[in-house]
Design a protein around this ligand. Structure first.
Ligand code: GAR
Length: 207
């Protein structure tokens, strides 16, 4: 049984997709051991509690510096003997010590087709604003391993989504979630837990 920590900040719809897949038996051999929020009142925490999953809140501003925050995060991860960290809309930088300690064991969902609309400043609704501003016809979502480069780790899965006439950032965000994120994030977690992801440099081979 692998223990997963899901790190969240906001609405938690990707967390919900994972909880639903687990409840339907679509992700096997996995326990969502804890949900960690970087905001005290995120709705994601309500979702976790509703599913009986232990929650932790780690607010960056409550710690004197990044090193102290990282130590606190590591302590929580070790307490739940976490095997895989899933960043599901987590909006605080993950420290390099955690990235090294959990090499190829941290995955992130990003709401665009990387390498478009990613990196510093591209998160949440801003990603969709940028895609609409640029006038792309296709966007989508990406699940990737996390390394020290922001949104630069090896890509696990991607799924395209069409932009429609009259889209607003909000309508596009919702379609990308519904048609891509809620599908590929649980799928990537499932592949990881089945031991079917092999990382070779920038490439991820799916067995
Ligand atoms: C999702 O769209 C996720 O892809 C995005 O934040 C949203 C969280 O929604 N993540 C990023 O932008 C990371 N760069 P949720 O809380 O409803 O899952």
């Amino acid at each position: 049984m692998l223990n997963i920590a899901v790190l969240v900040s906001g609405g938690g719809t990707n967390l919900q997709a994972l909880l639903d897949c687990q409840a339907r038996g679509e992700i096997r051999g996995v326990k969502i051991a804890c949900v960690i929020s970087c905001r005290p009142y995120s709705y994601a925490l309500t979702r976790a509690r509703g599913a009986g999953v232990p929650t932790e809140t780690l607010v960056r501003k409550s710690f004197p510096d990044a090193a102290a925050y990282e130590d606190a995060m590591l302590a929580v991860l070790e307490r739940y003997t976490v095997d895989l960290i899933v960043l599901a809309g987590f909006m605080t930088i993950i420290g390099e010590g955690i990235i090294r300690r959990y090499e190829n064991k941290i995955i992130n969902i990003h709401p665009s087709l990387i390498p478009s609309f990613c990196g510093a400043g591209f998160y949440g609704l801003h990603v969709h604003e940028a895609a609409l501003e640029r006038g792309v016809k296709v966007t989508g979502a990406t699940v990737h391993f996390v390394n020290e480069v922001c949104d630069g780790g090896p890509i696990i899965l991607q799924k395209p989504v069409l932009v429609e006439d009259g889209d607003t950032p909000e309508t596009l965000q919702r379609r990308v979630m519904e048609q891509a994120e809620w599908e590929i994030l649980p799928k990537a977690v499932s592949l990881f837990c089945e031991g079917r992801l092999i990382v070779d440099g920038h490439h991820v081979k799916i067995l």
